[in-house]
Write a protein that binds this ligand. Structure first.
Ligand code: COS
Length: 388
């Protein structure tokens, strides 16, 4: 059940790999400079089905398993992370709430539009006062007849400037301070009462956009509560993030592969002391450590993905992958710049841009420290349960 049809998968992997090297990598620099992905590239991404990789086939997506999805992610992430970011929310945090907990009507209405890329989806959890402590969020949703009235501000929302639809976590029960008072809503762009803030000026990932989303007496139909039931929203968000963290881990592997390839090529061309620097053992150590760590991350991600396909609870494994793969990617970025020497600090080489781009991986969809906390908590809970 895991890889459903090896031949079809190989064909898809091959197509994506060619798309990355022939279409995406050549325009990367231009995307970073203009802070914009060209329309024709977005259209090609639509044609390839990249917006609906893991949306079920019955809703017009490709219906990939998690294992298949991470294999595709390893490839896509060899190009600038901005491209992945545009398709990332429709495949991940923007659509998963609907996929795991949505009602049939909600799925039928929204998922085909997300799969085709006609609609871009955004996930609105983080707030000015609620980042790592997501359950403390303050955005309120007050029932008024057949509607909920939303008030509050969401921050750093990926793809918000492009989004046609938002998954918004808001507090429907102010009496319950933590997770139990939170519900998830589908809110369409253009609903009166939504405004977008200025686009954030980020350290990297130019071409991918984030901004504030502000709700001011925004009236949302009561039928748009995900799953049709109050109080489930935080759990939905956590399930969404379990999968999201695995996907980001795979992206870390792809980006690290790219940086290591660039560093290897450079080391074999660049001569010092009369020979290519790749022949020096101190350079070789950096190359070898990077290769080994990428292999380790890749192996654990494939294992976790298969477990998720077998319907196991992978909360711990997803956090282990996110923790290890994002930190690994940071180390590889650092070594790749070091191998390039002065050339790694100027923008003539892609590695300078990637060094800034990949810094985000250790922060979003749960910081390294939150992953540590989730892993240790689950260990303690499991040990206490098995002692009983
Ligand atoms: N799957 C399903 N349910 C989950 C879950 C998961 N992986 N993790 C937690 N839950 C459920 C819990 O079972 C609990 O439900 P009950 O009340 O029914 O028992 C509820 O969610 C609350 O969980 P918990 O008590 O662990 O919540 P905390 O407030 O202690 O917070 C952390 C947990 C810190 C792990 C959470 O806030 C978090 O992940 N923070 C980081 C947020 C983040 O990643 N932000 C990125 C922005 S989105 S790009």
């Amino acid at each position: 059940m895991m890889i459903r049809d090896q031949e079809t998968l190989n064909l898809l992997l091959d197509t994506v790999s060619r798309f990355v090297s022939e279409r995406l990598i050549p325009v990367e620099e231009n995307v970073a400079e203009s802070d914009r992905i060209p329309d024709e590239i977005v259209e090609e991404m639509r044609q390839l089905g990249l917006f609906g990789l893991c949306i079920p086939e019955q809703y017009d997506g490709l219906g990939l398993t998690m294992e298949e999805e991470v294999l595709i992610a390893f490839e896509i992430a060899k190009a600038s992370p901005a491209f992945r970011s545009l398709i990332g929310t429709n495949n991940g945090i923007g659509s998963q709430g609907l996929i795991v907990d949505g009602t049939d009507e909600q799925k039928q209405y929204y998922l085909p539009k997300l799969a085709s890329g006609e609609l871009i989806a955004s996930f609105a959890l983080t707030e000015p006062g609620a980042g790592s402590d997501a359950a403390s969020l303050k955005t309120s949703a007050v029932r008024d007849g057949d509607f909920y009235v939303l008030n509050g501000t969401k921050r750093f929302i990926t793809n918000a400037p492009e989004a046609g639809v938002f998954t918004v976590m808001a507090r429907t029960n102010p009496e319950i301070k933590g997770a139990g008072g939170i519900s998830a809503f589908i809110v369409e762009k253009g609903t009166p009462g939504i405004t977008l803030g200025k686009i954030d000026k980020k350290m990297g990932q130019k071409g991918a956009h984030t901004c504030d989303v502000i709700f001011d007496d925004c009236r949302v139909p009561a039928s748009n509560i995900i799953g049709g039931q109050e109080g489930m929203g935080f759990r939905t968000a956590m399930k969404v993030l379990d999968k999201g963290r695995l996907h980001i881990s795979a992206i870390c592997v792809g980006a690290a592969e790219r940086m290591l390839n660039d560093a290897l090529r450079y080391a074999m061309e660049r001569e010092q002391f009369g020979k290519p620097i790749a022949e020096f053992q101190l350079i070789q150590a950096m190359l070898a450590d990077s290769r080994a760590e990428i292999y380790a991350a890749r192996s654990m991600i494939l294992d976790a993905a298969r477990r998720r396909d077998e319907k196991q609870d992978i909360s711990t494994e997803a956090s282990c992958c996110k923790l290890f793969a994002s930190e690994m990617c940071g180390r590889v970025a650092d070594r790749a710049v070091q191998i390039h020497g002065g050339a790694g600090y100027v923008s003539d080489y892609a590695v300078e841009r990637f060094y800034r781009d990949v810094r985000l991986f250790r922060i979003y969809e749960g910081t390294t420290q939150i992953q540590q906390l989730v892993i240790a908590r689950n260990m303690i809970r499991d040990a206490a349960n098995s002692a009983r």
